[in-house]
Ligand binder design. Structure first.
Ligand SMILES: [Zn+2]
Length: 83
């Protein structure tokens, strides 16, 4: 458990973050993909790689999931039409 493993907290500048294993928005995959970490000092969650907010990454994650599900839906519908 190295303290310099992740970028310092954007809120309090302390380098003491732990990885977040699970979130409501991303389940177990999302926080892993976005290097989502939580500051042990002030509780701020952020991107442990860039040291910045993960908000844009979370939005992008949602968009990608939505597009993938949409494409799967179209494929399923087309497969249903040709059966
Ligand atoms: Zn902090």
């Amino acid at each position: 458990m190295s303290m310099s493993q992740y970028a310092p907290c954007p809120q309090c500048q302390v380098s003491n973050a732990n990885p977040v294993r699970f979130t409501r928005w991303g389940g177990m995959l999302g926080p892993k993909l976005l290097t989502h970490v939580k500051c042990q000092q002030c509780g701020t969650a952020y991107n442990g790689k860039s040291g910045k907010s993960n908000t844009n990454g979370i939005i992008l994650y949602f968009v990608v999931i939505f597009v993938v599900l949409f494409i799967i839906g179209i494929i399923a519908a087309l497969a249903g039409l040709t059966r």
